[in-house]
Structures are given as C-alpha cells and as structure tokens.
Design a protein around this ligand. Structure first.
Ligand code: AFP
Length: 330
C-alpha cells in the first residue's frame, strides 16, 4: 500500500508543500498518542484559561496547539500560522512559502467523555511582503491543501491537494499513514442528517421547515424516512458524510444575536468544504458557496450546510429568497 509521501510524489506535489504535509502528519501521530493516553497522562480536564473564542481551554487544546506550533516553527516551509487557540496570527519564517490555519483539537468538548476528536488544517500560499492578519484572509478556493486527522478507533487522515479527496489510515505497526481510499466519493443522495436539534427554536424559518420535513419522513413531502446523527465534533460528522453520504449543518441561529454562526471559516468550514467538494459534494453558507466567501477576520464564523450534493440543493431550495438577507454581525 502507498504511504503519504509516495502519494504526494504521485500527485507531483512540490517538495516544500509535501514536506509541510508530512510535518503535519508526523505531529498528528504524536497528538494521537497524547489523546490515547488520556487520564493516564493527566491531560484531561480544563485549564483556567479562555481562548479568543471565549471558550475555556481544555488541557489537550493547549498541549496540541503547542505541539503543532513547535512543529510548524521547525518545518522551514511555513511563513505564518493561525490557530483557533491563538488570539493573533503568528509569524514563523520570512522564507516560508505557506500559511497554515488549524484547529488543533476539534471537538474538544468530547475529550473528557472519550469521544471523537480531530485536528483540522488548511494550507494557503503566503503572499509577499509583511505578514499580517490580512495575509491570511484568502478565499477557501485559494487553499493548496486541506485535511483533518480523526483520532477514532483508527487514526485516519483525509487530505485534498486538489486531486480529489484521499483517506489514509495510520498503521500502528509501521507508524505510516497508508493510502486506504484514493478517490473518496460522496453519494449525491442521502437519508441521514446531522444537526444539533436542541437549537431548533433558534433557527430561521426555512431551516425549521426543512428539518421538520425530514422528521415527518414518508408522511410528508419527502416521502421517505431519514436517520439522524450528531457527534458534536465537526471532524467526526464530516468523516461520516465522506464515508457514507449525508448532510451536516450548523445553520444560522438567533440564540445569541451577536453570534449567529458557530463554525469558524478559516480552520473548520474552508478545509472541510474543499474536502467535500473534491469528493463530489457541496458546501454552502446558505447564502453562498463556502469556498467563495471573502474572509474578513481570522476567527470569523459562518453558517455551514454541506454533504451529499442533491440533499444540499434540496435544503437550499427551502431557503430561496429568505436567505437573501444575511444576518449582520457587528
Ligand atoms: P468544540 O471544539 O468546542 O467542542 O466545538 C466543536 C465544534 O466547533 C464543531 O466541531 C462541532 O460540530 C460543534 O462545535 C458542536 O457544537 P455544539 O456543541 O453546539 O453541538
């Protein structure tokens, strides 16, 4: 079986980007070890700190963030980095060709219950000149690589460099990520949806109607029944969608008018949207294709509706002109 390095060579990925992706892969192996040790390593539980999102940082959030920062600083190919756990962008090397945005441990609320967590990364070209937050504010369409590593029963990487979406499985014996699926393809139709139903009363009317029709199933306009899953870790829900189809959405809600969206654009929505599109799926904010959103801030959030192409289209058809007025966040 082909390993990650051999796959990158076969895709004719330039040496600098290939080295960077191998650094991310090697770091994810160390993160996988840290996650697996859990309570035995005293890494569970929360710190006293809050991140820029106002969320209490788990010990593993901080540990994994430091692991990635240290690895990327030593890599030599990185101009700068942005992390969910860092208030500001971090300059790394004036010679680096790439910017890396990452969520070091997505789903960290799952850590203490031994449920799925993962690392999400997005690689952008580094523009010339001084490094500022503006350097990172490039559309998802401009990514040169994107992926995640899922720390589940097996440790798996999903990766795209624009040559489709590939799955790699970490071989515990060799320590190599081996290519286990070359061209991941999302089924265009599905009978499975993923949403946090507890927010139902806060959604906008079109999403309430769309989900209500899924729940009515064969008795309603969809004329068939649907199943629901919610892992509370985007990395787990998106992996399921890539594996067997589905629609995943964290839509606009008015639970907190100052925060109508939950998921972060630069290091959650954009990398996942590219993986999904490269697998034949669709990814929308409800107002526009996620990969075409012009970022305005490194920690900006967006609504996300992604997965099986025909089901995403059906969901969007409920929105029509209702979604023409995107909520404005001060
Ligand atoms: P945490 O990393 O803080 O657990 O958040 C995970 C996440 O950003 C995303 O991965 C999940 O899909 C979503 O939040 C879950 O949100 P709810 O906890 O509101 O269901």
């Amino acid at each position: 079986m082909q390993n990650l390095a051999q796959t990158l060579t076969a895709q004719a990925i330039n040496a600098s980007l290939a080295d960077l992706l191998l650094t991310l892969a090697d770091t994810s192996k160390a993160i996988s070890q840290a996650v697996r040790h859990g309570a035995l390593a005293g890494v569970l539980g929360a710190t006293e700190q809050e991140n820029v999102q106002g969320e209490t940082q788990k010990k593993l959030d901080v540990i994994t963030n430091d692991m990635l920062k240290d690895a990327l600083k030593a890599d030599g190919n990185v101009r700068g980095l942005a992390s969910e756990e860092e208030d500001y962008v971090v300059e790394v090397s004036k010679d680096g060709k790439y910017l890396v945005c990452f969520d070091p441990l997505d789903g960290s609320s799952n850590i203490d219950i031994n449920s799925l967590v993962g690392t999400i990364f997005s690689v952008l070209p580094a523009p010339a000149g001084e490094l500022t937050e503006q350097s990172f504010l490039q559309k998802g369409r401009d990514q040169v690589a994107a992926g995640y590593v899922l720390y589940g029963p097996s440790t798996m990487m999903a990766l795209t460099t624009g040559n489709g979406t590939q799955f790699f499985t970490l071989d515990p014996n060799s320590g190599e990520f081996l290519l286990t699926q070359d061209q991941v393809t999302i089924t265009p139709d599905t009978a499975e949806f993923a949403i946090n139903m507890s927010n139902q009363r806060f959604w906008e009317a079109p999403m309430q109607t769309y989900i209500a029709d899924l729940l009515i199933g064969e008795l309603g306009p969809r004329e068939r029944n649907f199943n629901m899953r919610w892992i509370a870790a985007m990395v787990g829900d998106v992996h399921r969608v890539l594996c067997r189809g589905g629609i995943f959405t964290y839509p606009t809600d008015n639970k907190n008018p100052q925060k109508p969206y939950k998921l972060r654009l630069m290091y959650e929505a954009n990398p996942m949207a590219w993986l999904v599109e490269q697998a034949g799926g669709k990814a929308s904010t409800g107002y526009q294709t996620i990969l075409d959103v012009q970022p305005t801030a490194i920690h900006q959030r967006v609504a996300v509706i992604l997965g099986s192409a025909n089901e995403v289209d059906t969901c969007l058809s409920y929105h029509g002109q209702d979604y023409s007025q995107e909520p404005q966040v001060d």
